[in-house]
Design a protein around this ligand. Structure first.
Ligand SMILES: Nc1ncnc2c1ncn2[C@@H]1O[C@H](COP(=O)(O)OP(=O)(O)OP(=O)(O)O)[C@@H](O)[C@H]1O
Ligand SMILES: [Mg+2]
Length: 335
């Protein structure tokens, strides 16, 4: 009997689910590799700290960019090491993997990803759209004829879908999420404060004091950076209202992209969505005021999922336990 596991290989985090233990791994999607031997030298949080600081013979990278695998060999080594660490794969027992993948992924990318996970140690791979898994993981009745809408805001992608009867009726994907929020913060501080900071400082600001709606206030944080004019070190206090101002255009873009899917659904489904609103999932859904901001921009009722960060991987687990949720589309290609 093969072992079935769930995998969410995200831009920021990789998560693994098993039937016995649920979510057994939440690890930053990063790896460091010895340039000569191609062996893995660091994984996850440890490799993430090494980004941009490694000597020439070590390559630290994040193999998933904007939801898509950009470095297939690094991704395979990273997932292989995760499988080994969690004792999920050995020569004689390789798992069958159900993977959450971006809605916007084309067949070539799906094929590349499947091979990457096979190379990492899987026996077979099946894929399910992450946005569908997010809806299932948030507890929506995805198999019912009542239309529902989900918006998953992750690290690299924001994806939305209208769902009914176990399938996606219309979906949208935009490369605006956590990383673009950080880029917007860096840009804002440079323009308005002459302050140049790195992406990790921008992310820390967003996570520690960031808000998505003006009605909230989380105080301020002192940051260290470089003065854009003089080039000298600079220390400044940044306020939560500034983070809100910096990321609002990105939230408007996400909301418009999501709302445009209503053009592609029937009036009955549109009416269900207007009545029941949007389920909000993903790591960035957890930002204070994100539900308020999405409500403001879309005019729809917005429900923040319980544990929004884990909805995709919970949904993958739910589909593995109840494959009918995703219709008969699960096709385990045994290699
Ligand atoms: N408490 C929090 N406050 C603010 N941001 C958060 C918080 N927790 C997580 N995030 C952000 O959520 C993002 C990661 O979300 P998630 O794990 O859903 O993404 P992912 O699945 O790795 O990426 P993607 O689905 O886009 O490929 C990161 O940008 C992270 O900074
Ligand atoms: Mg994700």
């Amino acid at each position: 009997m093969p072992r079935y596991i769930g995998l969410d290989l995200g831009t920021t985090y990789t998560r693994i689910w098993t039937p016995d233990e649920g979510v057994i791994l939440r690890c930053p999607s990063a790896a460091a590799i010895d340039g000569q031997t191609r062996k893995l030298v660091a994984l996850g949080a440890e490799a993430r700290k090494m980004l941009g600081k490694t000597p020439q013979d070590i390559l630290a990278s994040r193999p998933v960019r904007e939801g898509m695998v950009s470095e297939f060999d690094v991704a395979a080594s990273m997932v292989h090491a995760m499988f080994l660490n969690k004792r999920l794969c050995s020569t004689f027992n390789r798992p069958v993997v159900l993977m959450a993948t971006p809605y916007s992924m084309d067949q070539v990318q799906q094929f590349g990803l499947e091979n990457t996970v096979i190379e990492a140690g899987a026996r077979a791979v099946a894929q399910v759209p992450a946005v569908f898994a997010a809806a299932a993981g948030a507890g929506l009745h995805v198999a019912s004829p009542r239309g529902c809408m989900v918006l998953n805001i992750g690290g690299g992608l924001s994806e939305s879908a209208a769902i009914s009867l176990g399938g996606i009726l219309a979906g949208r994907s935009i490369k605006v999420a956590g990383e673009r929020f950080d880029a917007a913060i860096m840009n804002y501080l440079k323009q308005k404060r002459n302050l140049v900071v790195g992406a990790s400082t921008a992310e820390e600001l967003r996570v520690r004091v960031g808000v998505c709606d003006n009605s909230l206030d989380r105080g301020s944080m002192t940051v260290y950076g470089r003065n854009a004019r003089t080039g000298l070190a600079s220390r400044q206090e940044v306020f939560s209202s500034e983070i809100c101002e910096a990321i609002t255009p990105a939230i408007v873009a996400i909301s418009r992209n999501a709302m445009s899917l209503l053009e592609d659904v029937s009036p009955m489904i549109a009416s269900d969505i207007h009545r029941y609103g949007i389920m909000l999932t993903g790591g960035c859904a957890a930002m204070p005021g994100m539900d308020l901001a999405i409500h403001r921009e879309t005019g729809l009722r917005v429900t923040l999922a319980d544990r929004p960060r884990d909805c995709v991987i919970y949904g993958v687990g739910r589909i593995l336990k109840t494959p009918e949720l995703w219709g008969t589309r699960l096709d385990y290609r045994i290699k």
